[in-house]
Write a protein of this length. Structure first.
Length: 265
């Protein structure tokens, strides 16, 4: 799918650089300079980047409704939970928190898929649609209205349909599954661009939410194995506060049973 730029000056303030993993989540991994250390696979090198760097973003792959309404609602609820976990006011994932965690994990995976694969335009057979100007299209998108132009609906306008479809399937698949808060006292986590089928959400350098596990304190070896899995599953990059200090297992031998998603988006 080809990137479609906005009108010059972006008069309707449509989001062009769309974070796959939220900026607020990346910010919790920043060092004293306000950067994260990111290893970019295609460059085979480590860079120091700000959380707002476009490398963390898709380029207008989903529409404004999916970004500013659907995604923001899910993100805001998760970020409130993440802050509460970090400051210690939430110490376990209960029934209400479980829904927040799973909606966010599903959104993260969906965004990552959209970024890698795009969303194809859809031909609406038998529906002509309208011949809209670029300005009219952007006004409609800003108002979260779906539209077709000359019988074709742009793929990004259907992103929210996919998000809800993936979310409902994921929630259904994991009704009986519990999440645990995993903490490390000394070692730090790597955050990949996506964990893919491994059901882990990095919250901060020393906290992660892990599927099908009790709340626990991780050993050095357990953190090292999770980091090895993060590196293996990252498609384009992974980041941390200081990569040189991150433990990574040389051999994959899971010291506890990690949960994987049965459903591939």
């Amino acid at each position: 799918m080809k990137f479609e730029p906005t009108q010059p000056g972006n008069p309707h303030r449509l989001t062009v650089d769309q974070h796959v993993f939220p900026k607020a989540g990346i910010q919790r991994f920043t060092n004293s300079d306000g950067n994260v250390e990111i290893f970019i696979k295609k460059l085979n090198r480590v860079l120091q980047l700000r959380p707002n760097n476009p490398i963390f973003c898709a380029k207008r792959v989903w529409d404004q409704k999916t970004e500013a309404a659907v995604g923001k609602h899910i993100e805001d609820r998760f970020q409130a939970l993440a802050r509460a976990i970090v400051n210690g006011t939430v110490t376990t994932i209960g029934i209400l928190e479980k829904r927040v965690v799973e909606e966010f994990f599903s959104l993260w995976r969906a965004r990552h898929k959209f970024r890698l694969e795009g969303l194809e335009d859809v031909v609406l057979h038998g529906i002509a649609g309208d011949s809209l100007t670029k300005d009219q299209q952007e006004i409609l998108e800003r108002k979260h209205v779906m539209y077709a132009v000359d019988g074709v609906m742009k793929g990004r306008l259907l992103a929210s349909v996919h998000v809800f479809g993936y979310q409902n399937a994921f929630l259904q698949d994991n009704q009986s599954m519990q999440w645990g808060i995993a903490r490390s006292y000394s070692d730090e986590f790597i955050a990949p661009d996506c964990f893919a089928d491994m059901m882990i959400i990095p919250v901060s350098p020393r906290i992660a939410i892990v599927a099908d596990q009790p709340d626990m304190i991780l050993t050095h070896d357990q953190v090292a194995v999770i980091n090895q899995q993060a590196i293996a599953r990252a498609s384009d990059y992974y980041f941390a506060r200081r990569l040189a200090l991150i433990p990574v297992a040389r051999k994959v031998r899971l010291p506890f049973e990690l949960r994987f998603s049965n459903r591939q988006y």
